[in-house]
Design a protein around this ligand. Structure first.
Ligand code: IPD
Ligand code: CA
Ligand code: CA
Length: 265
């Protein structure tokens, strides 16, 4: 596992260097949906990652956001988000990441998320703990929602889907200390893992958005569930990640909505 870890970290950092080169230089923006973009740098990053992983691990399956796929009869599969935060990147808003997870029978066993502009790399292996630039990280000790900093995001069908996170956002705004929408789910998860944020929730993310970051949160001592408190956070409709201590309060806001208790009540 150590060799695999070193190799994939090198590949993710190589992709991060590609994104640094492209930052502020986007020329081609295509629309996958009304507000769902892809740039030439998503594709360049993905081509580099897919080619490198294929060369290093020819027997493993590959599933990447922009279509890079390789099906093998293997229990192992790479899940790749070559640029998490494309909307930010297209506007030169400085928050985006590369995320790669190694899945074994559908469960993440290795996760790497690289923040190219801050040169931070978040990593975890199942049972081996989580780290930021090689140093162990832990979730925050914050005990209650009322003094918590949360992060979230909005789905690409925000204009049309009845559960577009606007009501949930409002409900958390008046119950948490603050809520941020930074624009990269992978970094939202890593910032929860490293204690910069206390919790994160979002709806209808894809497995490549969350697989690496969810493992990093778990290995940093946090808790990850779906909005019902169940385990379907990779392939289901929702994800809630936290330091564990505020998790039940977060689930309550998501299930009870405006009826959930306000701080001090
Ligand atoms: C998006 C980002 C964003 C989240 C969206 C994701 P992309 O990923 O993670 O924070 O709110 O739901 O789809 O499309 O930039 O890779
Ligand atoms: Ca993404
Ligand atoms: Ca992406």
């Amino acid at each position: 596992m150590k060799d695999t870890f070193t190799t994939v970290l090198g590949i993710a950092r190589g992709a991060a260097a590609i994104l640094r080169e492209g930052y502020g230089r986007v020329e081609q923006v295509e629309y996958k949906g009304a507000v769902n973009l892809v740039t030439e740098w998503d594709r360049k990053s993905e081509a580099f990652i897919v080619e490198s992983l294929r060369g290093a691990f020819p027997e493993y399956g590959i599933h990447a956001e922009e279509g890079g796929a390789e099906d093998h009869d293997s229990e192992y599969e790479w899940l790749i988000d070559p640029l998490d935060g494309t909307t930010n990147f297209a506007h030169a808003f400085p928050i985006f990441a590369v995320a790669i997870a190694l899945m074994h029978r559908g469960k993440p066993i290795l996760g790497v998320v690289v923040d190219p502009l801050r040169e931070e790399y978040f990593t975890a292996t199942a049972g081996g703990g989580a780290a930021l630039n090689g140093r162990p990280i832990h979730v925050s000790p914050t005990k209650s929602l009322g003094v918590s900093l949360l992060t979230t995001g909005f789905p690409y069908d925000v204009r049309t889907h009845p559960q577009n996170n606007v009501a949930e956002f409002a409900n958390f705004c008046v119950r948490a200390q603050a809520v941020r929408r930074a624009g990269s789910a992978a970094l939202d998860l890593c910032w929860t893992a490293s204690g910069r944020a206390d919790g994160f929730w979002e709806f209808r993310l894809k497995p490549w958005d969350v697989a690496a970051g969810a493992l990093i949160v778990l290995e940093a001592g946090g808790r990850v569930t779906d909005a019902q408190g169940g385990e379907r956070y990779l392939t289901g409709q929702s994800i809630v990640a936290s330091n564990g201590l505020i998790h039940d309060e977060m689930l309550r806001v998501l299930t009870e909505g405006a009826e959930a208790p306000l701080p001090g009540n």
